[in-house]
Write a protein that binds this ligand. Structure first.
Ligand SMILES: [Zn+2]
Length: 727
């Protein structure tokens, strides 16, 4: 086999092949099986011999040689690497106006709006890959754009970065730019590990990706190899520990994703646009984003930006914005670069969702079902467009899991309209003055000993349901909430006043309130004005009385929600109301009968039976009935369960609708004959817009589609579209 070729002796070629085989085998053992077969010293000796042989016979140094592939420069971890072509950073636009200004600049320079490529901006770490003859020879961090750090050694553990391009005739040179990142699922898993180990969780996936890629994997391998050759009683334990750490590090690296977002230096390929580059990279096995889109108009780009603003969290990895690029390379060159950034691209940034703030205290809240919930009290901080000073911590185990101490600096996340969440502590910022949270053992409001409902429950409760002031207050307040009977005038302070003044003993008395009883409570009265005698009811008190009247005839399911029966939310309440039609029928149904109702099931059925078993609960029902509350639904027309008030109507529902989950709202509309669509178009009859409606609202406005506020949703269901539009 060893033919003499170009002056290389058969013996040299044979030795070269031996060396290549031995080194490649050792590397496979290192990287893929995580078990070195030879010592580092032996490896280095072989490697140096190979290098010398290739220096003497450069024609031997083919693509097969380890010197030509990844991992060749093992000792150069984090050494500076000059990028072949500079990586620019991008200018940012933080709002629509700044984006419009960029469109204007492009139009002024080119005299037209060119084809624009949009892609999501991955919250990761920018890297630069160099392929020569289709083989990955170097991976570096972005650095300052001119010089980065060598991470070739670590990059080979990243499965998403191919070591070879899948091309019959690969280009002589290809510099690929892209983002190394963690998926949201992997990011959460990494942070769980961090917290389990008592370390600071990563604030965002970018930091996590950076931390992961910046480990000294080469040192780990060296350490492990040294430990393996050592002897003694503790050597074995050390090897075991190092192996475990190594496996964890390899696991983390291999979990990193990669998506290309550009090319730098290239030889042997001919492409005219950014989108063409992506297609080409795709055929060569380099991951590109499936979310990329090319638009011919400013409107198309704006829709793309709005879509991902609303669907930011539907993407499998974090995004912090959208990048817009002029697609055509010739036009890119025409626009050129400033000293910092290309004029042909811009990053539209969404507001940050993770901030740091001080955890001032952890307090506990007693809920309407007695559940005792710790919550974080923080220095108020602006995050995702709103000021946050409190966040639930769910239960004591969650506090322990997050490892937060009172006084800690913490990372706080608020994603869109999702409730704020404490991620974890900044361990490095501790001063030693922090103290752990201690879960109370007695109710802070009534002193009753707290206990879990069932053994093994994570939640603990105040069992004093009948007279715990916190529970009485929370339940009363809940009756008036928008998801239940929506009683204007009965806010939190009014609920407190009603109980404090003894106007009500519990929510059973709510519908027995009248002007006379309210006059005994200063919260509801004002001093007499001219021509009046004695204290008068405030406007708020009058509003409350009027709204209590209105509440008496609300649908049965809302009454069920208002009663604070465990596990009975709007969906279950609607199922029960539909099936039984009256509170009496529900109270007299047995467990099996309740459990077989679709949307109810065993757990809810048990909670319902348990609730009606309590004599004092029955008294609440009696009092409500005496107060004139209708606890029966009108019997629907025979034949159809729901009258088809919305036949022929196409609705789009967005934002939160009080009293409904998104699914429940869709189901309620569909049951009345409506077609519910996912996006607004000219065919949309109306948009039902709840709180935090996003781009759909803008779309509806621009198309002239009528917009129905969420509060009118019940009227829409009951009386149809015309009633709402005319009203
Ligand atoms: Zn209590």
């Amino acid at each position: 086999m060893a033919d003499k070729k170009g002056g290389v002796s058969a013996a040299s070629r044979e030795r070269w092949e031996e060396l290549v085989d031995a080194i490649n085998a050792a590397r496979t053992a290192y990287y893929q099986h995580e078990r070195p077969t030879i010592s580092d010293k032996e490896y280095d000796t072989l490697y140096r011999e190979l290098e010398e042989l290739e220096r003497a016979h450069p024609e031997l140094a083919s693509g097969e040689s380890p010197t030509q592939t990844v991992g060749g420069q093992r000792s150069e971890m984090f050494e500076p690497v000059q990028h072949l072509v500079r990586l620019y950073s991008l200018d940012n636009a933080f709002d629509e106006e700044e984006l419009a200004a960029w469109f204007d600049r492009i139009q002024r320079s080119l005299g037209l709006i060119p084809r624009l490529l949009c892609e999501v901006k991955i919250d990761g770490l920018a890297v630069d890959l160099v392929y020569r003859d289709g083989v990955l020879v170097s991976v570096a961090t972005r650095g300052d754009g001119v010089t980065g750090e060598d991470i070739t050694y670590n990059a080979q553990f990243i499965e998403a970065i191919p070591e070879r391009l899948t091309a019959k005739k690969p280009p002589a040179l290809l510099e690929v730019r892209g983002e190394v990142f963690l998926s949201t699922a992997n990011f959460n898993a990494v942070n769980d590990e961090q917290m389990a180990a008592g370390s600071t969780p990563f604030a965002n996936p970018r930091n996590a990706a950076s931390g992961t890629i910046r480990q000294r994997m080469d040192k780990r391998v060296e350490e492990l190899a040294a430990a393996r050759t050592a002897s003694g009683t503790r050597a074995e334990a050390r090897v075991e520990r190092l192996e475990r750490e190594y496996a964890l590090a390899v696991g983390r690296l291999s979990a990193l994703g990669f998506t290309a977002h550009g090319v730098g230096a290239r030889e042997g390929i001919d492409v005219a646009s950014q989108s063409e580059v992506y297609s080409l990279l795709d055929t060569m096995g380099i991951p590109v984003s499936s979310r990329m889109a090319v638009h011919d108009s400013v409107e198309g780009v704006r829709e793309y930006v709005a879509y991902y603003s609303e669907h930011r969290h539907d993407v499998e990895h974090e995004i912090d914005g959208v990048v817009i690029k002029v697609d055509d390379f010739a036009l890119q060159s025409e626009l050129g670069e400033t000293s910092r950034a290309p004029r042909w691209a811009i990053a539209y940034k969404y507001p940050p969702e993770v901030v740091r703030t001080r955890l001032l205290d952890i307090a506990v809240n007693v809920g309407r079902t007695g559940r005792v919930t710790p919550f974080a009290v923080m220095d108020p901080v602006l995050v995702a467009g709103s000021t946050v000073s409190m966040a639930t911590l769910h239960n004591q185990y969650e506090v322990e899991r997050k490892g937060v101490l009172i006084g800690d600096m913490v990372f706080l996340r608020k994603a869109g309209d999702v409730i704020p969440e404490v991620i974890g502590p900044v361990v490095e910022a501790r001063t030693g003055d922090e103290r752990p949270f201690v879960m109370p053992t007695t109710c802070p409001e009534c002193g009753t000993k707290l206990k879990p409902e069932k053994e093994g429950d994570k939640d603990i409760r105040c069992p004093n349901a009948v007279s715990c002031p916190a529970q009485l207050r929370e339940r009363l307040f809940h009756v008036a909430s928008r998801g239940a009977l929506d009683i204007e005038g009965l806010g939190y302070k009014a609920a407190v006043a009603l109980l404090d003044c003894g106007v009500v003993q519990n929510m059973g008395d709510l519908f027995l309130i009248n002007a006379e009883s309210l006059l005994t409570c200063p919260f509801f009265t004002r001093e007499a004005g001219k021509g009046e005698e004695g204290p008068q009811l405030t406007e708020n008190a009058k509003t409350m009385l009027a709204n209590l009247e209105l509440a008496k005839v609300k649908p049965l399911w809302r009454m069920l929600v208002a009663l604070s029966i465990r596990h009975v939310g709007p969906t279950a309440a609607q199922a029960l109301a539909r099936e039984f039609g009256s509170i009496e029928a529900i109270a007299s149904a047995d467990l099996d009968r309740l459990a077989e109702v679709e949307g109810v099931g065993q757990v809810i059925a048990e909670a319902v039976v348990e609730w009606f078993d309590q004599q004092w609960h029955r008294e609440i029902i009696d009092k409500w009935q005496r107060g004139g509350v209708r606890l029966v639904d009108e019997v629907p027309d025979e034949g159809t369960l729901e009258s088809q008030t919305l036949a022929g109507v196409t609705l789009v529902i967005t934002g939160s609708i009080p009293g409904y989950t998104r699914d429940a709202a869709s189901a309620a509309a569909t049951a009345r004959g409506a077609k519910v669509a996912g996006s607004v178009s000219k065919k949309t009859s109306a948009l039902v817009a709840g709180e935090s409606s996003g781009s759909k609202l803008d779309k509806a406005e621009s198309l002239g589609v009528p917009i129905i506020p969420a509060q009118s949703f019940d009227v829409l269901l009951e009386q149809g579209l015309d009633a709402v539009l005319k009203g």
